[in-house]
Design a protein around this ligand. Structure first.
Ligand code: 15L
Length: 274
């Protein structure tokens, strides 16, 4: 079992869901976030680090004596180009480079479905290596993340797995998430598979549960040993009652990235005012 794991963005949505789920006997979780993290509970085997993923010296220090890094840090929603470039793109480079310098051999990267958000569902998604079709600057940063991961795997022989996470929340929040949901427990199963698969090299895998309404291939994740147990279907009636069926001609229904492909996520036009 992986003994010491550095988790960046440990105070974020996915980091918080994983904190208890990735805890294990004989394992230390080194939790890093730019924000304050909740202090350790009784018996919790954690080390808390407050730092930015863009700070090379801090990341090198945080990567010392670590067996694997799970990189969840960065903006998790669309932001201005400046912020995305600095925190998500430069931050991911810093995390990988710090890991390399510290001799860490395995990094698991939180990529996103938004790396291929403009893939049309009707085209039949989504082999794991679907060509990038980012839907936002955030999506571009996830493409850059996958490219950086590939570089560090090929050039330095590191094991790097990029998980294209669908929607990791306690429950699916809307109709689209009935297809994109990754339950927190399945998320933990997938991270464990990524940590323990022997010599995976560079991989891109989908991070979703075994959803009846799913759009994505689970083959690559299963090849790493992922065995999903959850299905969003148990929430379908509740979600459909609350939100109704998707309008089939809306971006939300047409594209993998859903509403992110629509005008509300057009950052360039918002920033320029035209
Ligand atoms: C993501 O990548 C976001 O970080 C998350 O907040 C969700 O919006 C998710 O994608 C999604 O597509 O549902």
């Amino acid at each position: 079992m992986t003994a010491r794991i550095l988790i960046t963005g440990a105070g974020g949505e996915v980091g918080t869901l994983m904190r208890t789920r990735l805890a294990a006997e004989g394992r230390v979780l080194r939790l890093l976030d730019i924000a304050d993290l909740p202090t350790a509970t009784d018996g919790e085997n954690v080390e808390l680090v407050q730092a930015s993923v863009t700070d090379m010296a801090a990341m090198e220090a945080a990567s010392k004596d670590v067996d694997a890094v799970i990189h969840l840090g960065g903006h998790s929603l669309e932001e201005s180009w400046d912020k995305i470039l600095r925190v998500n793109v430069d931050g991911t480079h810093t995390v990988l480079e710090a890991a390399r310098r510290a001799g860490v051999r395995r990094v698991v990267l939180a990529s996103s479905n938004h790396a291929v958000g403009f893939v049309e569902r009707a085209q039949g998604v989504a082999g794991d290596y679907a060509f990038p079709r980012p839907d936002t600057y955030y999506g571009v940063s996830k493409v850059a993340m996958e490219a950086l991961g590939s570089l560090y795997a090929d050039r330095y022989g590191m094991d790097v797995i990029a998980i294209r996470i669908g929607s990791c929340f306690e429950k699916p929040k809307d109709v689209r998430m009935l297809s994109t949901w990754m339950s927190p427990d399945d998320g933990a199963r997938l991270f464990e598979a990524c940590l323990s698969a022997p010599s995976p090299g560079f991989r891109v895998v989908w991070g979703v549960s075994d959803n009846k309404r799913g759009w994505f291939s689970l083959d690559e994740a299963r090849a790493l040993g992922y065995d999903p147990k959850d299905d969003s279907e148990r929430y379908a009636a509740e979600v459909l009652q609350e939100h109704g069926e998707l309008n089939p001609s809306s971006p939300a229904a047409r594209y993998v990235g859903g509403a992110w492909c629509g005008p509300d996520f057009d950052t360039a036009v918002k920033e320029a005012g035209r």
